[in-house]
Structure formats: structure tokens, C-alpha cells
Write a protein that binds this ligand. Structure first.
Ligand code: NAP
Length: 267
């Protein structure tokens, strides 16, 4: 990562995160990794929370190679004690929390006809219950600090439109996340805590590569054909929108869902 400090005080004030502390779940890989890099570039201290400790440590080391502003913590977001530990660790290291990104998520494709209750529940536990637990812990901390905050939930275009068979449990979890976003925005608005969601289209990540490694044609092939801008997205395409929502530029934006999909939904 190369750090390019902006020479414009106006842009630094608008989009910079100097002095802010962010927690990014699922930041050991994919979109979360991209978000953590953008936050560090913008001057924030970042806690990398992921269930995969070696991936989390690798990302923290990468960020710390340029500025000693990252820490990592092994966290399963679906486990309440882990989420409590994640917040405590961040507070011990950085003293406060200003930004939470709920990125950790799983998308194991399975048709409803073959889906067990355990399959269904695991996806809800990570994607929706995990987002709730992290949001509640972080929002209460932010409320106590009294200086507002930012919560950004990484949902999906699948919350609006099923992209392929086999993701009913996932699509339902992300639809729930959109409503969690709006309800939390309502409840925490008086504390100047904004809550928004970003809905990515198809993004090239380790998680998607793993899904495509299954037998038969890659399940994302049909999806690809509908992307109006002619390419699948990158973690940076999503990180740019998340950075905007975390910054002063989005001071008056809450309860919204931002589709970032290269035009997939209109294709
Ligand atoms: P990814 O490459 O698989 O990265 C997700 C990271 O989260 C991995 O490091 C994963 O660890 C970790 N994780 C999984 N379960 C966790 C848990 N219970 N607690 C903490 N960390 C956990 O996935 P991605 O493609 O970047 O997706 C990130 C988010 O974007 C997800 O919420 C996904 O639904 C959403 N999204 C992705 C796309 C896309 O096309 N990529 C599109 C729309 C929305 P392991 O490696 O151990 O699993």
C-alpha cells in the first residue's frame, strides 16, 4: 500500500479519517480488506476482525508496514462473547470507536430443496445476527462517547433481486440487513450515529472464487453478462463508497442503501 496524503485541506476535511477509529469485520479477505486499506490511507486506525486469524494478522501487518495504526482480533461475529472481545480489544488499543463496517458474511450456495435448517441458520447467524451483535455493541459505545459515529453494513444486490438459484438463505439475510440498517438509523439518529448499507454487485474476491470452484459452470457466469459497465467489480469499487459514507462528506446521510453494481440491476 502506498500512502498518498492529499495536499488539499478541503478534501482532507471532507474525506479524511485522521484521528478516527474503525472496526472492519471480515477484513482478512476480499471487500473488507479493501475497505481497511482505504480507511488506513485516509488516516484512520483500523481493527481487523476476522474469524481467520492468520488472514487478519496478514492484513494488519500490511497496513502497519506504512503506519502503525492497525490491530487484529480473531472474531466470529455470530458469537456474542467474540463480539464483546472485539470491541474491548479495539478500545484497549485505540481508546474509542467511531466507525463500524459489518462486512463479514458467507454465501454457501445451496438450493432450498437441499437446504437443511442448519444450512439456513448458519447463514442467518453470520450475516444477520452477526451484523446485529456488532452494530449493537458499537452503537452503544459510540452513544457513550457522545461524538456520533458511522455504521456501514455490507449488504448485497441480492437483497433486492435474486442473482441466481441457491442463495435463498443469503438473499433473505441481506434483505434483513437492509431493514436492520433503516431501523438502527432511526434509533441512533438522535445520537448522530448514521447507519447506511452498501449493496455490492459481483466483486472479484477470494469468497467468490471459492464459490466458483464448485463442480459445473461457474455460478456467477450468467450474472457477469448483465453488468452494464462491462466488468465485474473490485473491492476498491466498494471501498470508495464505504469511505464516502464514513467521511464528513456523508454527514447528512442515514438509513440509505447504496447499490454499487456496475449497472447489474438495470442490465
Ligand atoms: P470473502 O472474500 O469470503 O471475505 C470474507 C471474510 O469474512 C473472510 O476472511 C471470512 O473468513 C470472514 N468471515 C466469514 N465468516 C465470518 C465470521 N463468522 N466472523 C468473522 N469473519 C468471518 O467475502 P467477500 O466476497 O469479500 O464478501 C464480503 C461481504 O460482501 C459479505 O458480507 C458478502 O455477502 C458481501 N458481498 C459480496 C459480494 C461479492 O460479489 N464478493 C457481492 C455482494 C455482497 P473465511 O475466509 O475463514 O471464511
Amino acid at each position: 500500500m502506498t500512502v498518498h496524503p492529499t495536499t488539499s485541506p478541503f478534501l482532507a476535511e471532507l474525506f479524511g479519517l485522521e484521528g478516527k477509529v474503525a472496526v472492519v469485520t471480515g477484513a482478512g479477505s476480499g471487500i473488507g480488506h479493501g475497505i481497511a486499506r482505504f480507511f488506513a490511507e485516509a488516516g484512520a486506525s483500523v481493527a481487523i476482525a476476522d474469524r481467520n486469524p492468520s488472514a487478519a494478522e496478514r492484513v494488519a501487518d500490511e497496513l502497519n508496514a506504512h503506519a502503525d495504526r492497525a490491530t487484529w482480533i480473531e472474531t466470529d461475529v455470530s458469537a456474542e462473547p467474540d463480539v464483546t472481545r472485539m470491541l474491548r480489544h479495539t478500545l484497549e488499543r485505540f481508546g474509542r470507536v467511531d466507525i463500524l463496517v459489518n462486512d463479514a458474511g458467507i454465501f454457501p450456495a445451496k438450493l432450498i430443496a437441499h437446504m437443511s435448517l442448519a444450512d439456513w441458520e448458519r447463514v442467518q447467524d453470520v450475516n444477520l445476527r452477526g451484523a446485529f451483535l456488532c452494530l449493537r455493541e458499537a452503537a452503544l459505545q459510540m452513544r457513550g462517547q457522545g461524538t456520533g459515529g458511522r455504521i456501514i453494513n455490507i449488504s448485497s444486490v441480492d437483497s433486492l433481486h435474486p442473482s441466481m438459484p441457491g442463495l435463498a438463505h443469503y438473499d433473505a439475510s441481506k434483505g434483513g440487513m437492509n431493514m436492520l440498517t433503516r431501523s438502527a438509523a432511526l434509533e441512533f439518529g438522535p445520537d448522530k450515529i448514521t447507519v447506511n448499507a452498501v449493496l455490492p454487485g459481483l466483486i472479484a474476491t477470494e469468497g467468490v472464487a471459492a464459490m466458483n470452484r464448485g463442480a459445473g459452470p461457474p455460478p456467477t457466469e450468467e450474472f457477469n453478462k448483465r453488468i452494464v459497465l462491462g466488468r465485474i467489480g473490485t473491492p476498491e469499487d466498494i471501498a470508495a463508497c464505504v469511505l464516502y459514507l464514513a467521511s464528513n462528506a456523508a454527514n447528512w446521510v442515514t438509513g440509505q442503501t447504496f447499490v454499487v453494481d456496475g449497472g447489474y440491476l438495470i442490465g
